[in-house]
Design a protein around this ligand. Structure first.
Ligand SMILES: CC(C)(COP(=O)(O)OP(=O)(O)OC[C@H]1O[C@@H](n2cnc3c(N)ncnc32)[C@H](O)[C@@H]1OP(=O)(O)O)[C@@H](O)C(=O)NCCC(=O)NCCS
Length: 194
């Protein structure tokens, strides 16, 4: 799909996300598509933070801040520093996303980080995240990466997701981050060989 064929992702459309996993498509966005999809990705991010996800942002998360984050991600895609994957429903509306950060120091060329696994609340519990994790493994192999690392809030839903996907729990750093409401939370680090 090219930039020109991307479906619009408006708030109205986002509100109409279908609860049908069979119609979900996972694909990798190029830099221009990433920039074009920043608005839709911002909606997913805002929904997740509003829902209490500890993913670098506090609540309330201003729309401009969320949009600026995704524009920065698009810049990173353009520089080949990260891979951006999205899950789209049958209408082409983005309902989930994850990133593979490939830009690493000179002594870690084989490593990548997985970050910002986000699924809109209206599309959860259908296996969207599981499919995104499988796709990120494939993207890592394509990029020649063999060691992956990620972190997530301790005790959150994502821990089960990562363990199901074959990730190894490394350990917990207490009080590593804040929840969107300001409460401290621990962070669990995971790694995986692909
Ligand atoms: C964590 C997160 C990404 C999971 O997304 P998801 O698409 O709902 O994940 P999945 O559908 O693959 O799995 C979620 C659950 O649904 C279940 N499930 C999957 N497909 C299902 C189906 N067809 N029917 C019923 N249940 C299903 C899974 O077994 C899993 O069960 P669990 O709660 O016992 O672990 C999502 O909750 C989210 O975005 N949270 C906020 C952001 C966040 O915390 N991200 C992690 C940052 S590191």
């Amino acid at each position: 799909m090219t930039d020109a064929t991307l479906s619009p992702s408006t708030s109205t459309a986002q509100a109409a996300i279908a609860a049908d996993a069979s119609s979900i498509t996972i694909r990798r966005l190029g830099a221009n598509e990433a920039a074009a999809c920043a608005e839709a990705l911002a909606e997913v991010l805002i929904d997740c933070v509003q829902g209490g996800a500890s993913v670098s942002f506090m609540w309330p998360l201003p729309h401009d801040k969320a949009l600026a984050f995704w524009c920065g991600v698009a810049d990173g895609v353009a520089r080949n520093e990260r891979v951006l994957l999205v899950a789209e429903d049958a209408e082409g509306i983005i309902v989930g996303t994850v990133q593979l950060i490939t830009a690493m120091p000179d002594n870690q060329p084989h490593r990548a980080d997985v970050a910002k696994m986000l699924v809109h609340r209206k599309a959860r519990r259908q296996g969207v995240a599981q499919r995104l994790m499988a796709a990120v493994d494939d993207a890592a192999r394509d990029a020649g990466k063999t060691v992956l690392v990620l972190d997530t809030v301790t005790g959150g839903d994502a821990e089960r997701l990562y363990e199901r996907a074959g990730w190894q729990r490394v350990g917990v750093v207490p009080d590593y981050a804040l929840m969107p409401d300001g409460a401290f939370c621990g962070t669990t680090f995971f790694c995986k060989r692909v």
